[in-house]
Write a new protein. Structure first.
Length: 155
């Protein structure tokens, strides 16, 4: 396994830890749910985007790894001079970046703004973060990396 894929797996693991911690923290009810969801959601999203970026570097066969991974195919192309024709996996990921769960993961989150307990309940209902949604993103990315990674291993 390359170091880029190892870094991708490490970021997936970090995201999984945060997701597992989310339920018990919400159950404690010490902090408003919207704040907990936002804090954990932002951190999980970042870990997942970085996992994706490290895997992009693996797919592009970049051996001189940067300090930070690209967070999209456009960043990969810009920072590493990747041009057409791209390998099939990158084309497929580009389509997911345009329309699919990957596009939702990459979309900038809207911050919640609530100042009272009543407003907090409304913010939770409007919040884009949920334990289930974060887990879905994690599992989708883990499956994608696993599936495409097996294809790379066969080469």
């Amino acid at each position: 396994m390359s170091s880029a894929r190892s870094l991708a797996n490490q970021k997936l693991y970090h995201a999984a830890i945060l997701i597992r911690m989310l339920g018990p923290e919400l159950a404690r009810e010490d902090t408003p749910a919207a704040r907990v969801l936002e804090a954990v959601g932002l951190a999980v999203r970042r870990h997942l985007l970085e996992a994706y970026g490290w895997f992009l570097l693996e797919l592009a066969e970049i051996s001189d790894l940067p300090a930070e991974p690209p967070l999209s195919i456009a960043e990969l192309e810009q920072n590493h001079g990747i041009s057409e024709p791209r390998r099939g996996e990158l084309v497929e990921l580009g389509q997911l970046e345009q329309n699919g769960w990957l596009a939702a993961l990459q979309a900038r989150p809207e911050p919640t703004r609530s100042s009272s307990a009543t407003a907090n309940l409304l913010a939770v209902a409007e919040q884009t973060w949920s334990e289930e949604g974060l887990l879905r993103w994690h599992d989708s990315l883990a499956d994608l990396i696993d599936q495409m990674g097996h294809g790379l291993d066969e080469w």
